[in-house]
Design a protein around this ligand. Sequence first.
Ligand SMILES: NC(=O)c1ccc[n+]([C@@H]2O[C@H](COP(=O)([O-])OP(=O)(O)OC[C@H]3O[C@@H](n4cnc5c(N)ncnc54)[C@H](O)[C@@H]3O)[C@@H](O)[C@H]2O)c1
Length: 338
Amino acid sequence: MSKLGIGVLGVGAMGKRHAENIRRLVPQARLIAVADVAAEPTRRVAAELEIEHSFASLEEMLERKDIEAVVIATPDKFHSQDIQAAAAAGKQILCEKPLALNLADAHAALEAVAKAGVQLQMGFMRRYDPGYSSAMRRIEAGEIGEPVVFKSIGRDKDAPPISSYASRLNGMLFYNNTIHDFDLARWLMRDEVKEVQAYATVAIRPEVAEFGDIVAGVVNLKYGRGAIGNIESYVQAVYGYDVRTEIIGSKGSILVGSLQQTPVTFLTGEGGTQILASYFLDRFEDAYVAEVEDFVDSMLRDRAPRISGKEGLRALEIAVAAEQSYIQSKACTVGHAG
Ligand SMILES: NC(=O)c1ccc[n+]([C@@H]2O[C@H](COP(=O)([O-])OP(=O)(O)OC[C@H]3O[C@@H](n4cnc5c(N)ncnc54)[C@H](O)[C@@H]3O)[C@@H](O)[C@H]2O)c1
C-alpha cells in the first residue's frame, strides 16, 4: 500500500504536534509540507522535521499533487473556509475541532465536502484515548447497563492571555473547550442531547465578557431517551489540566481520567505529592497519534472516517444551544438540522 501524502496547515501548538506525529510515528503517511501565515515558525518546523516544502498559505500548499490529505490546525475561525478550500482542491481532510463557529459555516463546510466527494474527519481525539475508548467498548458490551447520567469536567491549567481573547480567532469556551465534552456526551451515551441549560460566569476575570467569553460554565443536558448529564468547564484550574468523565448506568459506572499524569506518589515528612497532568499535549499524547493513524488508515483503505463531519456538526449544535441558553437564561432545545 502506498503512503498517504499529507500537508499540515497551521504550525502552532496543535499543528506542530500533528506534523511531528505524521513525520515520525505514522509510517503509512508522508509529511510533504507545512503551511502557516507566520513565516518564521513555518520555516523552523520544516527544518526541524527535515521536510523540503513550506508555504505561506493553504492555497499554495493545495497546488501540490502529491498532497492527498490536509490536516487543518488553524484557529477555530478559519476551519470552515479551510475545509471548503481543501475540499475544492480534492484533498481528504482531518480538521481540528470545532467544525466551525456557527451553523451556517458548518453547513457550508459539509456541503463543500459532499460536493467534492472527499472525506472529512473531525479532531475529537479523546475518542482515541485508551481510557475513553475502553469505556466505550464496555458501554457497547452492556457492562454498565443503560447509561443514565453523564458527568464531565474539563479544566485547563492556565487561562489564555487577554490578547488571545482580543484576537477573536477562537470560539468562546463552549466552542473551543467544552466541544470535546459535548462530543463525548453524545458518543459515550449513544444518544442525542435534546435540551441544554447553561450557567456561566466571568467572575475572577470580568474583562473577558467584552469578548463574548466566560471563564467557567456548567451545562445541564437532557437526552432523547431520558438520560441526563452535566458538564463543567473552567479555564484556569491552576493545579493542572484536569479532564475526567463519569458514565453512570443501570448496572454500574465508569470513571475515566485521573488527576495524575504519572502513577507515582512522593511521600515525605511534609506530606505527599503527585505529578499532575498539566497540558493537553501530554495528557492526550497517545490519542493524537492514534487519531492520525486511524485517519491515514481510513484514507488509504478508502473507508469513511470514524468521526465524520456530521459528528462535528452535532457537537457544534450543542455548543450553539448552550451559548443561547446562557445568553437567554433559559433551557434551549438543541437543533438537529440535516
Ligand atoms: N484537539 C485538541 O485537543 C486541541 C488542542 C489545542 C488546540 N486545538 C485546536 O487546534 C487549532 C489550533 O490551535 P493551537 O493551539 O495550535 O493554536 P496556535 O495559536 O498555537 O496556532 C495556530 C497557528 O495557525 C496559524 N494561522 C493563523 N491564521 C492562519 C491562516 N489563515 N492560515 C494558516 N495559518 C494560520 C498561526 O500563525 C499559528 O501558527 C484550534 O482550532 C484549536 O481549537 C485542538
